[in-house]
Every structure is written in C-alpha cells, then in structure tokens.
Design a protein around this ligand. Sequence first.
Ligand code: UDP
Ligand code: MG
Length: 223
Amino acid sequence: MDISVVIPLYNEAESLPELFAWIERVMKEHNFSYEVIFINDGSTDNSWEVIEALKSKNPEVVHAVKFRRNYGKSPGLNCGFQRAKGDVVITMDADLQDSPDEIPELRRMILEEGYDLVSGWKKKRRDPVGKRWPSKFFNWTARRVSGIKLHDFNCGLKAYRRKVVKSIEVYGEMHRFIPILAKQAGFRRIGEKVVEHHARKYGCSKFGLERTVKGYLDLITVL
Ligand code: UDP
Ligand code: MG
C-alpha cells in the first residue's frame, strides 16, 4: 500500500464528508493505493455515525477506531500508527485546516529525497493571534532543546516513512514533539515543507491554555 492517512478527531462531524471526498480525489488523481484510518477520540456529536456511513460506502479504504472516551490527540495518533500499513504514513487534522493536496509532494520528499519525517510548516497560519504567539515561543523552545531546526513542530500535517511510526510511542500531549521522539529513536533525516493552512470551517478548536501547559510539562518528560 502506498499511503495510510491517519486522522484523529474529536467532534468533527461536519468536516468529515468533505475531508474524505478531498482525500479520495487526490488519491485517485495520482493512482495511489491508500487507506484512511479515522480515530474517533470519544466524540459526543455524530462523528461516529458519519464515519460508519463512509466506511460502509468505502469498506476497502476506510478504517475506524472508536475510543470510549476522550483520550487526546496523542493516543489517537498512536492507535492509528499501530494500524497503518502504507509505505508512507500521513497524519492530518480532521477539521479541513490541513490540505490533502499536499500529500503527493510530502510522499515524494520521503521516497525520493530520503527523509524519514517531513513536517508541515504553516508559514501563513490561519489561526487567532492567541494561538500563534504561544506557538512561536513553543517552537523556539523546542528548537533550542532538541537541536532540530523546524519552524512548526506541532503541525498536524506530517509524513513519515512507515518504520518511523512503528518505532515511537506517542502519549500524553506528545504529539507536539513527534520530531523529537523520532530523532530519539534514531531517525535523523527530518525535513519540513511549507503547507497551505485554512481557517477552521466548522466547530471550534479543541486546544486551549490548559492543554498548552500540559504540553510544556510533557516537553520535560521528553527530555
Ligand atoms: N483532536 C482529538 N482529540 C482531542 C483534541 C483534538 O482527536 O482531544 C483532534 C481534532 O478533532 C482535530 C485535531 O485533533 O482533528 C487538531 O485539533 P484542533 O483543530 O482543535 O487544534 P487546533 O487546530 O486548534 O490547534
Ligand atoms: Mg484545527
């Protein structure tokens, strides 16, 4: 299989049909064999019903896991990583802020340029200033402590060589530091690609100040 797309989600019902149709279009245009793994992280809206409908229409492509409660984005990604079968594994957020159009180039960078991990860089970020400034400080800290020269550690859109996702364990709020986990696991070819970023179309952000604080505590754990 060429590509696994891993999508953790918490209450994103409105976005899912559009997101899936967009991914499907890109995959078909490029003739990729692929799977989409949805991890429903304890949603209380009808995300699960939407996923089940997508799955019954596309049983070969759509795989889904349902968490009994909200565990967080990191356990969601970890669960998807365990199941992924593609040579290249792409992660993206469910809320249409990340563009599936980036997938072919991310894959090419892994397969042809030899990267183990390519992280998206939301250079023109469509988020409120209250998210952008803490994030700049966070990225500065993460660069200083890890020595990895990335602008945007926490971008949800990333591509991995399959063996990378099978070699790391993502828990707590660790999804912010996956490049650091990868480096610690011995994967040193870490690159970045400027990616298109969209404003959130439906619903609201799931990450407030409390989780940012938890994220910092997990940086200490990582170190
Ligand atoms: N998410 C999740 N579990 C959570 C919180 C968020 O699976 O406990 C998902 C969310 O549904 C989305 C992605 O993680 O697909 C990124 O979340 P969000 O868009 O709220 O973050 P932001 O873009 O505001 O940083
Ligand atoms: Mg978002």
